[in-house]
Design a protein around this ligand. Structure first.
Ligand code: AP5
Length: 218
């Protein structure tokens, strides 16, 4: 049983590489960003409260995030191990995760940090396209769909993400830099941190991530 967390700035490639590694290792990919987007689309009270924060590039509260994550982890498909993409993002959330894993009697295999400079992620987010139907992630230039505007997997139309506007990207990066240092230190102190240089083409980073993960689970 293996469980990973992916840490990285907005646009570092957490979603892209968590999905790929999940397929390679047979682990469930859980994105807290997707949990928020589903909740906002459903228009629930939590979703509406979250929207007011996320539209400004801010984080959801720790309480909201814990509610969404616990609800997702309570589903029966999570027993075979998972990759958390975008959780934890605050020190309080690292403690929540420790508690959740203890309750489940499962260890954390590693925290994989995708290191990418801000100039690169701004280019990535400015060209990102997503499939709202199946969640597949593309980039106009770096990872284009075979047919422009259409998802390779399910054929649905591709869209920009609502939070990929320049002002929101800037704020998301500011929040990331303010929150992440202590989280990296937390996992480094516990010898759980693996840093991957993710400032390279998608296929190269995918190879680096897979090699790092396979070394850990041998
Ligand atoms: P979330 O959806 O997690 O957003 P994020 O952290 O800002 O990260 P992104 O999804 O934007 O980027 P990514 O790293 O997944 O990159 P991707 O693979 O798409 O969260 C959204 C919001 O929800 C947050 O802002 C926050 O408000 C809230 N939230 C979520 N979790 C929370 C939590 N734990 N606590 C509180 N609030 C929370 O790649 C980006 C682009 O680059 C794509 O176009 C891709 O094709 C391309 N690309 C990927 N890799 C490469 C590469 N190597 N070379 C070139 N292009 C690449």
């Amino acid at each position: 049983m293996h469980n990973f967390v992916f840490i990285g700035s907005p646009g570092a490639g957490k979603g892209t590489h968590a999905a790929t590694l999940g397929n390679q290792l047979g682990l469930l990919h859980i994105s807290t960003g997707d949990l928020y987007r589903d909740e906002m689309a459903a228009g629930t009270p939590l979703g509406l409260a979250a929207k007011r924060l996320l539209d400004q590039g801010l984080l959801g509260t720790d309480a909201m995030t814990e509610t969404l994550l616990r609800r997702r982890l309570a589903r029966p498909d999570t027993g075979g191990g998972f990759i958390l993409d975008g959780f934890p993002r605050t020190l309080a959330q690292t403690e929540v995760l420790r508690k959740i894993l203890r309750e489940r009697g499962q260890p954390l295999t590693a925290a994989i940090f995708l290191a990418v400079p801000d100039q690169s992620v701004i280019k990535r987010l400015s060209g990102r396209l997503i499939c709202l139907q199946c969640r597949q992630i593309y980039h106009r230039e770096y990872n284009p769909p075979r047919r422009p505007g259409c998802c390779d997997v399910c054929g649905a139309a591709l869209r920009r993400r609502a939070d990929d506007r320049p002002a929101t990207i800037k704020e998301r990066l500011r929040v990331f830099h303010a929150q992440t240092g202590p989280i990296l230190a937390y996992y480094r102190d516990r010898q759980l941190l693996v840093t991957v240089d993710a400032d390279a083409p998608v296929a190269t980073v995918a190879q680096r991530v897979e090699q790092a993960a396979r070394r850990l689970i041998q």
